[in-house]
Design a protein around this ligand. Sequence first.
Ligand SMILES: NC(=O)c1ccc[n+]([C@@H]2O[C@H](COP(=O)([O-])OP(=O)(O)OC[C@H]3O[C@@H](n4cnc5c(N)ncnc54)[C@H](OP(=O)(O)O)[C@@H]3O)[C@@H](O)[C@H]2O)c1
Length: 328
Amino acid sequence: MTNAIRFGVLGTGRITRRLVAELQQSLGVKVTAIASRDPARARWFADQFGIPNAMDGYQALLESNLVDAVYIALPPSLHARWAIGAAACGKHVLCEKPLTTTYDLAVELDQACQSSGVQWLDATGWLHHPRTARMLEIVSGGTLGCIKHVSASVSFFEPFQSGDHRLDAALGGGVLLDLGWYAFGLAAWTAGCAPDSVFADCVHHRGIVNRVSAVCRFKNDVSATISCGYDTATRKWMEIAGEDASIICDDFTRPWQDRPARFWIHDRTGAVVSEQFEGNQEKNLIAAFRSAIVGESDLTAHRTLALQTQRTLSMATGPSGGDAASRA
Ligand SMILES: NC(=O)c1ccc[n+]([C@@H]2O[C@H](COP(=O)([O-])OP(=O)(O)OC[C@H]3O[C@@H](n4cnc5c(N)ncnc54)[C@H](OP(=O)(O)O)[C@@H]3O)[C@@H](O)[C@H]2O)c1
């Protein structure tokens, strides 16, 4: 039996609470340390969550021999720096989405981890839900016919708390990198590649991209339309349309609370078939990461998709941080 993988956590924000709880309930891993810019906050968080070690600053955690892997739950602009720093210290990297703020940084992160011989994975939960595996089977198995179009709409209405990093472009804020990670990621996941072209129309408000509408074209004659915003009610839906049928899901990023995860297949006659699933996407994500660390599985497909997603987002980001019509 392999020893438990010891996780250290960078940052004490909102998502940290959720993932620390999932890590602590997962088999074969434990959380041994947490670091904050503020040592008192690290101590408070450690006490609240029963984490044995509180560290003063992120570098101290990277250099600690108490952890094998780090979970990076910082604002996006800090992901690349601390992931590359973690790799240099021989630590495996589980990094929150978006992986980084640019495609070039994502490639740098990937190369740094490869040179150090450590694993990395982006914490994109929906990819690890059993429903997603079944959708992939349907999409690639021919049930829908030849796939032609993907549409995804992801939004939350004014989801901010005071001092929210999502309102600060310098920290990688804005809806394009935040919710766009899911929507553009779904398009790349379906097409199996980054697009050849992206046209993105971004509406700016308060110095960040507040709404984005985009059209992507992929080399295999797949197209995608994307809508993300901080100014419409919660949406997390998608459709993948083939020549014979479509698959539709109204909560692909995370199942609605108190409802089973499900999707519907609508065919050309109007017939509808629904499937339902159980499972915890975060626990599966942690299990996949652990399994790669102990050499039992391979994360290449996930990493390739993360890089394709980052590339797509960079194509959608013009020189002013939005409004792009780009051709690779
Ligand atoms: N997978 C998901 O479902 C999901 C959901 C929400 C968010 N996320 C992602 O998780 C990451 C963190 O999001 P969050 O909502 O947890 O953020 P948050 O609440 O703002 O927390 C971020 C943490 O980063 C640290 N930090 C370091 N430098 C900072 C700076 N200059 N400004 C603000 N915070 C700074 C802070 O911890 P210390 O000061 O204690 O060091 C802070 O608590 C983002 O990349 C976000 O996109 C993922």
